[in-house]
Design a protein around this ligand. Structure first.
Ligand code: 5AD
Length: 360
């Protein structure tokens, strides 16, 4: 084949084989057109605005044992917390001062520490002072407790994020010991959509044991699920987790690299298969390239950033992966630098909630 020929077909027609080939390619002549198409498709379908979502890490208490996650129940080395209602409202006010159109309430999974009624109350109190979109990222409720999701939707929450982490059921099981399985995770997404939430999901890139085919299938599953939001980031090995240890002890289990270029290829391909989705340049991406990570993500398909507005005393305790907290300067400084970065690459600061374009 002519070295300069462009192998990337029009985005509507990307097949599994095309996705695989692009994921594996390190050829500039192949990747340049991918970056370009992703940027064009982003511009055409979701425009120049970058929507900012204020992330509030409500609690790091978790009953699960996800093999990759630093706040898993079996990490005894962290102090556990749950924010008070007043602290949460303070973070909401901060996000409002910065003009963020939406909020994300994220926490470890624990029905005991995050009782349905308490969360409902928090949502109602936020609604009294804010018309920002409210996104929940609180994991799965036990025993198909769909009523909890319904209550939260009725109280004024609008969106729900749960990553499926991998489309390979066996790998999913290894990542989530004790979980009933990938099918249930996908069913939860379906239920959340039926209830009326915009739904978001995503995966990690470069988890030990993840194959190229797995990652290509992940991207195709984004398309099948018609997601409103899709977050992808590199796997970052946490030393206090089984998967973090496996990463270092069994290098032969590393197949897909967990680096910036792989993440950017995944972001770009995600944009091509889901042109209307809201796609963040994630914190994990910014973590592996502190100076350019966010801007590179925005240039290759992303249109959202989620600045952290959690009180500083809690941030260091919400270490789902190493060095996460240290990426986040004080919220005011981060906000100022971020907005300068967005404007410097010719993009606009998003206005309003930044709702999904899927329904339009
Ligand atoms: N490396 C990268 N991402 C991680 N997450 C959790 N632990 C890690 C890690 N070690 C991601 C998961 C989860 C999201 C909130 O953070 O994908 O869904």
């Amino acid at each position: 084949m002519d070295k300069n020929s462009i192998v990337i077909p029009d985005w509507e027609f990307l097949t599994h084989e095309d996705i695989l080939q692009l994921l594996r390619s390190e050829d500039k002549n192949v990747l340049e057109p991918l970056w370009q198409q992703a940027d064009e498709v982003r511009k055409r379908f979701v425009g120049e605005e970058v929507h900012l979502r204020g992330l509030i890490e409500v609690s790091n208490i978790c009953t699960e044992q996800c093999a990759y996650c630093g706040i898993r129940v079996k990490n005894p080395h962290i102090k556990r917390y749950r924010m008070t209602l007043e602290e949460i409202l303070e973070s909401v006010r901060m996000a409002q001062r910065f003009g963020y159109g939406s909020l994300v309430l994220q926490a470890g999974e624990s029905a005991a520490v995050m009782p349905t009624d308490w969360v409902t109350e928090v949502i109602k109190e936020i609604r009294k002072i804010s018309d920002q979109a409210i996104t929940l990222s609180l994991g799965e409720r036990p025993e198909n407790d769909w009523q909890a999701y319904r209550d939260w939707f009725s109280a004024g929450a609008n969106r729900y994020l749960i990553r499926f982490e991998t489309s390979n059921p066996e790998l999913f099981q290894r990542l989530h010991p004790g979980h009933p399985g990938l099918e249930r995770r996908l069913f939860a997404l379906k239920k959340l959509r039926e209830i009326g939430f915009e739904i978001g999901s995503g995966v990690m890139i470069g988890v030990p044991g993840q194959t190229w085919d797995d990652l290509a299938n992940d991207i195709e599953l984004f398309r099948t699920l018609e997601l409103d939001m899709i977050g992808v980031g590199p796997f970052l090995p946490h030393p206090e987790t089984p998967l973090g240890r496996e990463f270092h002890e069994n290098p032969e289990r590393r197949i897909v690299p967990n680096n910036e270029e792989m993440t950017l290829k995944t972001v770009a391909l995600t944009r091509l298969v889901c042109p209307k989705a809201n796609i963040p340049a994630t914190t994990a991406l910014a973590c592996i390239d502190r100076s350019m990570g966010h801007r590179n993500g925005l240039a290759r398909g992303a249109n959202v950033i989620m600045p952290n507005v959690t009180p500083e005393k809690y941030r260091q305790l919400y270490e789902i992966y190493p060095s996460k907290a240290s990426t986040a300067e004080a919220a005011e400084i981060f906000d100022k630098i971020l907005k300068e970065k967005i404007l410097s690459i010719g993009r606009k600061i998003g206005k309003g909630r930044g709702n999904s374009m899927n329904k339009k």
